[in-house]
Design a protein around this ligand. Structure first.
Ligand code: SF4
Length: 248
């Protein structure tokens, strides 16, 4: 894993980008009527982060609107006048205005219907190439993750329990929680069935268990699982899992 040292400026840009996308959709949609029009929302990062003069700001905003397929006449409207999909594109445009290299997208499509999800996912894929972006894409929707991610980190109880290239992790999960997630995902033509018993117990954050936090739900758990917390280790082919008895 490569860690990138961040300058103070980059931390600011990353924080702004994270706020822009993770909070902007609900925030933009809920902005009280009459507060800021879209043009002012998009100008803010250009002024505050880049101290960009007014003439250059206008050109930059034109380019960003074009990239996210929004019309220039939207600049004078208020956020509450837009649909969910349009508000999401405004949120993405505001994040892009900060000229980030990394965007943290926290559940960016979970509030949209499936057809709108596909549009936004396609837009994000296009912008990734056009602006040379890296996304940290946070989602509970495995189908969306599979469509957008190059590498996937699966978290359970606050820890990364599996990390691998996306195709590999979906085709051959090594951690039993990843396997459970894959079995739980709804699929067209597959009957809905509970992937585990109704008595499956979630760990208590106030009283974290010893050993592997997934042990009470895991069909492969043994004594060592209940005593020793498994480290995240390379299980071969660049697939990392925190598991004493990884799935085949
Ligand atoms: S460490 Fe043990 S309990 Fe935890 S996922 Fe692996 S086999 Fe299951």
């Amino acid at each position: 894993m490569t860690l990138i040292p961040l300058s103070r400026r980059m931390v600011g840009v990353l924080a702004f980008a994270a706020l822009s996308v993770s909070l902007a959709l609900p925030a933009i949609a809920r902005t009280p009527p009459g507060v800021l029009v879209v043009g002012q929302i998009l100008e803010a990062p250009l002024k505050l982060l880049h101290a960009m003069p007014a003439d250059k700001r206008a050109a930059r905003i034109d380019g960003i609107l074009d990239a996210v397929n929004l019309h220039a006449e939207f600049l004078d409207r208020y956020p509450h006048e837009f649909s969910g999909g349009q508000a999401q594109r405004i949120a993405i445009a505001r994040a892009l205005a900060a000229a980030p290299r990394i965007l943290v997208l926290d559940e960016p499509v979970s509030a949209l219907d499936v057809s709108m999800q596909a549009q936004v996912v396609n837009l994000l894929a296009r912008l990734k190439d056009a602006f040379d972006l890296t996304y940290v894409f946070i989602s509970h929707d495995l189908a969306v993750v599979e469509a957008v991610a190059d590498r996937v980190a699966v978290m359970y109880f606050g820890r990364i329990v599996e990390l691998a290239p996306a195709r590999q992790i979906f085709a051959h999960p090594r951690h039993h929680y990843t396997a459970l997630l894959a079995r739980s995902a709804p699929a067209v033509g597959r009957p809905l069935a509970a992937p585990e018993g109704a008595d499956a117990e979630l760990p208590d954050p106030q009283n974290p268990p010893r050993g592997c936090a997934f042990a009470k739900r895991c069909p492969a758990a043994t004594d060592v699982c209940r005593r020793v917390e498994p480290p995240l280790e390379d299980k071969g082919s660049a697939q990392y899992a925190a598991c004493h008895h990884p799935a085949g």
